[in-house]
Design a protein around this ligand. Structure first.
Ligand code: SF4
Length: 712
């Protein structure tokens, strides 16, 4: 038996795994006892990874060879890699010649490895000359990015998992960590058992398993987080619990914010958020006066039309109380995807450039152009996820290249997304699994490697970079994602008349070495971090040339990543939801994860045992709302928003407030049938969700839609 150390591909905890393999087959998986993210633990998803790599599932679910569709509506036929890539290069070169580079859009994924991400970002911005590359991380973390940059000056989570062991108060907001980040939650449970005096506050409209160990639960009305955080700051100011000296030394902008939070009185906050005033007082006291307060937050803050303001308002609390830059303290965003962080590091979003540089900054564009050896990086902002599919639906983007993600299930407002996929002249889908909804729209399907086969690096929530190593050869004719990008780029370069390649890579390490050089002098400087060092152990960034260790937590010297070294308060003004519930749509539909499923189920959905926890989709509602509609558990209901309607069984759940409903995000068209508002067949939960997004981060409000619920 061979043992190969690698990383779990499911979530941002980034657990280390040991893959056991024999005769070219994965035979088992166990937690890596030496990995600092999990110390040998795995959750139900991680511990069943080996089963998803079985030969039977590979045969049934994997895309194993390039496939090309002659015409829309015809079945795709197998083609050689050369034919597939030549066809892609000819078609995209033709579209660029006729319509310019901005007629092409790349939609990639937080599940790509950093090396994959780097190649595709350079391909779009450096070779093709378009910033139209965005990622499903836009749906996951872009509000956290914007929040960190506005307040602390850089997209760098300042805390680490070990801080859970030092915190006197844990403030968990918009995160069901018990299900979405289970191994981290085990660490929280252990910390709590060792130190029962540690206070835990859970902020969530829905009472989840995460609330089980909470000392205080704040079941706020959906979307009212900014009002809550401003109200807590109001109380802290009133009670004298802010740290005036720290604010004076380390921050700017507090006076403007004070003017805003003055109006957020406990009476107003209690009324808007639907909370008790005494609970607000308790939360403010515990947060401000504990020795160290650590905030853990996730999609409840990010997937919002005020996602940036929610992130900034929470960070404001840390700055006002000096709860940052010391063990056990700080704001700590939990990344949903295994490598949303790595994608941000290489600048793989429409508004970013390599190594946390900004596209809008001319100096940054010049630096990246010099690094890549191209005359310039285009200055026109790229289309973000929602904008990209809207542009394709409007006929402005004519070619879509989709890698390692399933927008025909996971994007909000599916009616628009599917119109985009149908209207685009050329859709390339680069995928490991043949079963995703998006594959049905592809003109060209390119088989990619996946967990167990891939080779490269990922960065987890705490800035820790781990190696992903292959235990198996590629299945069928699958190629690594970075390799597909390079092979395509070489063909495109030939058609563009370039003689010297911008993509001289033969190994993922050669991509990594260029990426790490691009970080020299930046906040995430990893110039000292070679593959050889990563072979020995995963490391946190920054890790500059000459360093002997990464940095566990940031800003311990009180200097932030801004020009003057001071953190900035953001004047966060509460704004209501993009689509508040109203008389015709009287329910707030919220969405979230299940414990044993991941994303659109392309991998977890292959295992029957992972349906044991929750076997089928349901819409959960408060028992009183069920009774009022004469519904019993299992009754089928129509859940209808302004965009579409699905049919689903109802289920009573006392964890929800009145007029609230919940459906897990994973269920796609195989499980939930329905139609769009115009009657077109449409399915999955995102038939209902809205693509309204935060104006700063452009992250859509996947967490909330106004719906009506009627017996079917
Ligand atoms: Fe994988 Fe996340 Fe579970 Fe760890 S907690 S085993 S990274 S899914």
């Amino acid at each position: 038996m061979t043992e190969t150390k690698s990383t779990c591909p499911y979530c941002g905890v980034g657990c280390g795994v040991v893959i056991e393999s024999q005769a070219g087959q994965v035979t088992g998986v166990r937690g890596d006892p030496d990995h600092p993210a999990n110390f040998g633990r795995l959750c139900t998803k991680g511990s069943t990874l080996h089963l998803t790599a079985s030969p039977a599932i590979t045969r049934q679910a994997r895309l194993l060879q390039p496939m090309q569709r002659g015409q829309r509506g015809e079945a795709p036929q197998p083609v050689s890699w050369d034919a597939a890539l030549d066809h892609a290069a000819d078609t995209i070169a033709g579209i660029v010649a006729r319509h310019g580079p901005d007629a092409v859009g790349f939609y990639v994924s937080g599940q790509l490895l950093t090396e994959d991400y780097y190649v595709f970002n350079k391909l779009a911005k450096g070779l093709l000359g378009t910033n139209n590359i965005d990622t499903n991380s836009r749906l996951c973390m872009s509000s956290a990015v914007a929040g960190y940059k506005l307040t602390l000056g850089a997209d760098a989570p300042p805390a680490c998992y070990e801080d859970v062991d030092h915190a006197g108060c844990l403030f968990i907001a918009g995160s069901n960590a018990a299900w979405a980040h289970p191994v981290l939650y085990r660490r929280i449970e252990e910390a709590r058992a060792r130190r029962p005096q540690m206070k835990v506050i859970v902020v969530d409209p829905r009472r989840t398993d995460t609330a089980e160990l909470a000392d205080l639960v704040l079941p706020l009305q959906p979307g009212t987080d900014v009002m809550l955080f401003n109200g807590l700051l109001h109380i802290m100011l009133w009670e004298g619990w802010t740290d005036a000296g720290w604010i004076e030394r380390h921050t700017t902008g507090f006076d403007a914010l004070k003017g805003t939070v003055r109006d957020c009185t406990p009476d107003l906050v209690a009324q808007v958020c639907g909370l008790r005033k005494e609970d607000l007082l308790t939360a403010a006291r515990w947060f401000a006066t504990s020795d160290a307060t650590l905030s853990l937050y996730c999609q409840g803050l990010n997937q919002s039309s005020s996602g940036t303001a929610k992130n900034a308002a929470l960070i404001n609390l840390h700055l006002a109380t000096g709860q940052i830059g010391k063990p056990g303290a700080g704001p700590f965003s939990l990344t949903g995807q295994p490598n949303a962080m790595g994608g941000r590091e290489v600048g793989g979003l429409a508004n970013l450039l390599s190594a946390h540089r900004d596209l809008a900054n001319p100096q940054h564009r010049a630096e990246v152009a010099a690094l890549w050896g191209v005359p310039a990086v285009p200055d026109k902002p790229g289309r973000t996820a929602v904008e990209m599919f809207q542009a394709a639906a409007d006929g402005e983007i004519r070619a879509l290249w989709i890698a390692c993600t399933n927008p025909a299930q996971s994007m909000p407002d599916q009616a628009t997304v599917r119109r985009a996929l149908e209207r685009a002249e050329f859709v390339v889908v680069q995928e490991a699994f043949a079963t995703t909804s998006t594959c049905a729209f592809a003109d060209l399907l390119l088989p990619a490697t996946t967990w167990g086969e891939k080779d490269g690096t990922v960065t987890n929530s705490e800035r820790r970079i781990s190696r992903v190593r292959p235990a198996l050869p590629a299945a069928g004719a699958a190629r690594h994602d970075w390799r597909i990008g390079v092979d395509f780029a070489h063909r495109l370069e030939a058609r563009m008349g370039r003689t010297a390649t911008l993509f001289p890579y033969e190994t993922p390490e050669s991509v990594w070495n260029e990426h790490r050089e691009s970080t020299r002098g930046r906040d995430l400087d990893i110039t000292g971090l070679s593959y050889a060092l990563l072979e020995a152990a995963p490391r946190q960034w920054p890790f500059a040339d000459g360093a002997t260790a990464g940095r566990a937590r940031l800003y311990e010297d009180g200097r932030f990543a801004t020009a003057d070294g001071k953190a900035r308060f953001v004047d966060t003004v509460y704004k209501p939801l993009a689509e508040p519930r109203e008389s015709r749509y009287p329910f707030s539909l919220t969405t979230g994860r299940l414990r044993d499923q991941w994303h659109g189920m392309s991998r977890t959905g292959t295992l029957g045992r992972l349906f044991g926890h929750v076997p089928e989709p349901v819409v959960q509602m408060h028992p009183q709302d069920m009774a009022r509609r004469q519904l019993r558990d299992g009754d089928l209901v129509y859940v209808t928003s302004k965009r579409g309607s699905i049919v689903v069984p109802a289920q009573a759940d006392t964890g929800l407030g009145l007029s609230q409903a919940f459906i897990a995000m994973h269920w796609g068209e195989e499980y939930l049938s329905g139609c769009s508002s115009t009657g077109t067949p449409l399915a999955g939960i995102n038939a209902l969700t809205t693509s309204a997004y935060c104006p700063q981060s452009k992250q859509p409000e996947l967490k909330h839609a106004a719906v009506k619920i009627l017996k079917a």
